[in-house]
Design a binder for this molecule. Structure first.
Ligand SMILES: Cc1cc2nc3c(=O)[nH]c(=O)nc-3n(C[C@H](O)[C@H](O)[C@H](O)COP(=O)(O)OP(=O)(O)OC[C@H]3O[C@@H](n4cnc5c(N)ncnc54)[C@H](O)[C@@H]3O)c2cc1C
Length: 436
């Protein structure tokens, strides 16, 4: 038997798995198809790598809408605080930013990748780059190794599949692992784009009226057909030439994908509350007072006291008010119509950019068939899964990398323990293995 553990994929989950297995004293091989390790990790968080998040575990789980609860067991073994300590030990101290997001103090994602690669070296993990795996080999209900695209076969007592999802395939994540999981008897749930910009065919989008405009700290909602919100996210957002993007839109995107599946007419309504801290009545009183005090001022000058000018003009026009009209000439009914637009500007969306353009892949290997404390397959002995290949997806903000690192750690450590137990089980009394 060649190796104790083979880890396929050099992303955050695979790097962590290989380190975990190495720490357990296993003979480990990490196989990566690309020319470099951690390519997606190196571009994550805008090149600064949002390694994890410092919110309490319950909050982390809440921010992983795709099966976050499955991670409770894993977090009881290794959690976000452990990740922070782990990187500190590797000489990469982290710092906290808004919303609990943790970044390396160096502001360099590459420093995170380099530290993980150094640790692989220190632990004596064999690494082979440009070695795409074509298949995982199973025999008599056990994973026994892999075949490379080159035709070479490498044997191992345990195999960790850490090949990621299908998003941003130029980083190497091309969905290679799903057929290997299915061959072992696993269910792969439907794949869909998450954390992805949203597409709208509304005339104001097509005409690029608001293109490039970002709105700060707005409440963006995806609406049910009855107008009630399915979900609301309060963050920044951006209008683009095809629709909307930015953190609030990315977080809403998976709910758009799901709602569109049920929508008969291919459209889902979204709404923006541009001033979520004020009620409609408070806003009406605010504008009515300003209009009374400054009757000669242009309406857009009044409106831009609380909104970005382009958005103020856009909403005034939608409320049927000439932005250049003197404030004193605008009646209360028109003013109330404008306030309604400020609080609930509703528009239709029709899709998202494709999975390849999404930050994260939704769906994957069903977590029902994975042991939550070890990441072991319930279908095949010696087979482990970790990272984005699993049906787990979180919001941007460090939640996906956290899930990848935590599941990777568990998969690696437990694959090594399994492999070493198997080895000693088959060893003769002299310690000589009888199967090699
Ligand atoms: C632009 C961008 C920014 C992001 N920013 C953040 C962020 O700030 N915070 C956050 O939490 N998440 C972020 N994410 C998501 C996060 O990067 C991923 O969820 C995470 O990298 C998944 O880790 P993984 O190890 O499962 O897979 P990946 O990182 O996708 O790694 C999989 C690896 O497996 C290799 N591989 C694939 N097939 C084979 C094969 N057949 N043989 C051998 N090797 C193979 C690939 O080459 C790749 O190196 C971002 C994603 C993108 C695209």
């Amino acid at each position: 038997m060649g190796y104790d553990v083979i880890v396929i994929g050099g992303g955050p989950s695979g790097l962590m798995a290989a380190i975990g297995a190495g720490e357990e004293g296993a003979k480990v091989l990490l196989l990566e198809k690309g020319t470099k390790l951690g390519r997606k990790l190196a571009i994550s968080g805008g090149g600064r790598c949002n390694v994890t998040n410092r919110l309490p575990v319950e909050e982390i789980v809440r921010h992983i809408p795709g099966n976050g609860r499955f991670l409770y067991s894993a977090f009881s073994v290794f959690n976000n605080e452990d990740i922070i300590r782990f990187f500190e030990r590797l000489g990469v101290p982290l710092k906290e930013e808004d919303h609990g997001r943790m970044f390396p103090k160096s502001d360099s994602a590459q420093s995170v990748v380099d530290a993980l690669v150094r640790e692989l070296g220190r632990l004596g993990v064999d690494v082979r780059l440009e070695s795409p795996v074509a298949d995982v080999l199973y025999e008599q209900g056990k994973a026994v190794g892999v075949t490379l695209k080159s035709g070479e076969t490498i044997t191992a007592r345990a195999v960790v599949v850490a090949v990621g999802g299908k998003s941003v395939p130029q980083t190497g994540s091309t969905g290679d692992g799903y057929p290997w999981a299915e061959k072992a008897g696993h269910t792969v749930t439907e794949l869909f784009p998450t954390e992805v910009p949203i597409v709208s065919h509304e005339p104001f989008i097509k005409e690029r009226t608001l293109q490039g405009l970002s709105l700060r700290d707005v409440a963006l909602s995806v609406l049910k057909p009855n107008g009630k919100p399915i979900i609301t996210h309060r963050m920044d957002m951006l209008f683009t030439h095809f629709g909307i993007s930015g953190p609030a839109a990315l977080r809403c995107s998976q709910f758009v994908v799901k709602a569109l599946k049920k929508a008969a007419d291919g459209a889902v309504e979204m709404s923006i509350d541009a001033l979520p801290d004020a009620t409609q009545e408070e806003l009406f009183q605010h504008f009515a007072k300003l209009c009374k005090e400054e009757p000669k001022k242009a309406m857009k000058t009044i409106a831009k006291t609380v909104l970005p000018e382009r958005y103020a003009v856009f909403l005034l026009e939608r409320a049927g008010i000439d932005p250049h009209a003197s404030a004193g000439t605008v009646g209360h009914e028109a003013l109330r119509a404008f306030v309604r637009q400020c609080k609930q500007f509703t528009f239709s969306v029709h899709g998202t950019l494709p999975l390849e353009k999404a930050f994260v892949t939704g769906g994957g290997v069903s977590v029902k068939e994975i042991e939550p404390k070890t990441m072991a397959s319930k279908c095949m002995a010696g087979l482990y899964f970790c990272g984005e290949i699993l049906d787990i997806h979180g919001y941007t903000g460090g939640y996906n990398i956290t899930a990848a690192l935590v599941t990777g750690r568990l998969a690696g450590v437990n694959a090594a323990r399994y492999a070493l137990t198997e080895k000693s089980r088959i060893s003769g009394p002299t310690g000589q293995t009888t199967e090699d």
